[in-house]
Design a protein around this ligand. Sequence first.
Ligand SMILES: Nc1ncnc2c1ncn2[C@@H]1O[C@H](COP(=O)(O)OP(=O)(O)OP(=O)(O)O)[C@@H](O)[C@H]1O
Length: 257
Amino acid sequence: MSRVTAISEIGPRIAARAVGAEKLYGEGEAQVAALRGVDVELAAGEFTAIMGPSGSGKSTLMHCLAGLDTVTSGDVFVGDQQVNGMSDKDLTNLRRDQIGFIFQQFNLLPTLTAEENILLPLAIAGRKPSKDWFDRVVDTVGLAGRLHHRPSELSGGQQQRVACARALAPQPEVIFADEPTGNLDSRSGSEVLKFLQHSVRTLGQTVVMVTHDPSAASYADRVIFLADGRIVSELREPTADSVLDMMRKIDVRERVA
Ligand SMILES: Nc1ncnc2c1ncn2[C@@H]1O[C@H](COP(=O)(O)OP(=O)(O)OP(=O)(O)O)[C@@H](O)[C@H]1O
């Protein structure tokens, strides 16, 4: 009993966090405020989707959290490491060791096999995965029979599953996925989303995904909605309908404003 109380007092571990994050692009009249004071905590072991109208700041927030872009003011953390203010060398190490990326365009190396692509980030870091972990990841993404194929010999959905396995293999603190199903048909897209959900539920991975698609967001545990550089709403245990409904409300509010 006391243990449960202690855990609830401590709360979930936070995998990534923004505190008062602001991002300005450009100067003078051409200046754009892409983030206008974003406070968000992304719990470890959760699948979070980031949604919002075009230009609302989704990619900027993700890039700032992942150390690919810098905030103008405010703070950003991955695990307990403060990302803003890090040296280039520390940022490179952070991205290599603590962060996995999944992009819309798969970004696999065409001359390497699926297995070599999956192991590449670890090889670059001079690390070897345990065989157990590698087998679990490959099993989770359902690629066991395809490990010796090159990307050109795989379907789009299979290529994206290789990219997912590549992101998972180093056991990063957090995986950032930018429209991971944007280039896939709906069946392959839902396979990839089920896999991401499975990696959160069974492997304890933390996943943060930017998407425009309410049905993709419905695979997440939590959806955060941005509008005009601010977090304006969130949903837990979303359905495609509840997400669509919220998007419509945000759209109406933006038009009125
Ligand atoms: N490198 C940049 N230079 C100038 N302005 C930028 C830059 N990157 C983004 N912006 C601007 O910042 C705002 C937020 O852009 P961002 O790409 O984060 O939005 P988004 O919600 O991801 O949009 P989309 O859904 O269309 O991809 C937009 O007004 C955009 O034009």
